[in-house]
Design a protein around this ligand. Sequence first.
Ligand SMILES: *Cc1c(COP(=O)(O)O)cnc(C)c1O
Length: 377
Amino acid sequence: MFSFLRPDLADLVSYTPQPEDFLGKQNTKQEQIDRLDANENPYDLPESLKTKLARTYQEVIAVNRYPDGSHGKLKQAIVEYTNESAGVRHFHPANISVGNGSDELIRSLLIATCIGENGSILVANPTFSMYGILAKTLGIPVKDIGRDPNNFELNLEAASKAISNEDPPIKVVFVVHPNSPTANKLTEREISWLRELPEGVLVVIDEAYFEFSQSTLAPEITRHPNWVVLRTFSKAFRLAGHRVGYAVSHPMLTATLEKIRLPYNLPSFSQAAARAVLSHRHELLQVIPQIQKQRQKLIAALKKLPGLQVWPSDANFIYVRFQGNEASNERKMQEIADGMKARGTLIRNTGGGLRITIGSEEENKHTVQRFQEILQS
Ligand SMILES: *Cc1c(COP(=O)(O)O)cnc(C)c1O
């Protein structure tokens, strides 16, 4: 209807993470919905930390003033954590850019590299959908090279071919370590392949689930200036509601990301919250081993169910599907997802598999019970 709009946007569908009726219920905490569809941490911040943050809001933050547009103190805290978590000392604020969620950084990376027919991106589905979605909104072609259907390793042969042949050329390779929705870490073979990529290709290593896998490629950025590591506060650090992510990269790439972002991309209160969780990180990350233990319990319980295939996980979610042909698998997975929702558990049917977040012990009990109920009915 509007001839001023780009015609290629007509076919895109806007991202609707949760149905609104569930969002409403989430707001009144009484309604018990197990929200296991977005890989969030099941625990809110401790009351004491929330009180402290409320005091910061009342006494420190002037909301009539713009936020710190340089993210100075937050970057300093991120540097300390990044060095500590990677076992190195060489990162500085010049290596860090901060985004309104890592989603913003993904978009900035795409703007910095491919927009305007300058390049294509390479992804390996199933993977995090935002790479493809954001690329399409910017008119950037997406090449999907796929994965081994059994262990979800990248199809490296197809990937190498795409790097040599694609037009416009592949400028960015997106990998997730560990991958979502399939929960597997990069293998040594895959990492070696990434190391061999030409410097004209940017390698984005998304470590959104680093705290659960404890495996990071950040130390290699000094050897590979064409690598960038993305992290987020939305998962292990419990701040999905605050929208804070960061990128660790060569200072020249960081400087470019800084040029692209909106000047006040991160509200004062979100910066304060991110600094608060970093300074309480040792206490907050104490739940990680518990979640890992719950993960093993959930995997063991679901493995006992007939016909269900359950994969190992290095993250805070698991990936399952049914044995049998694709059509019957799709039908069963939709039945499960609908049945779970009707019983009060939200999980995600990614098309090809079900992704289930590890929740609290009680939520995980519900998950197993409800799976059993649905499969027996
Ligand atoms: C959840 C997630 C993110 C985090 O996105 P934010 O915008 O920081 O909330 C990034 N990458 C992957 C693979 C994720 O699963």
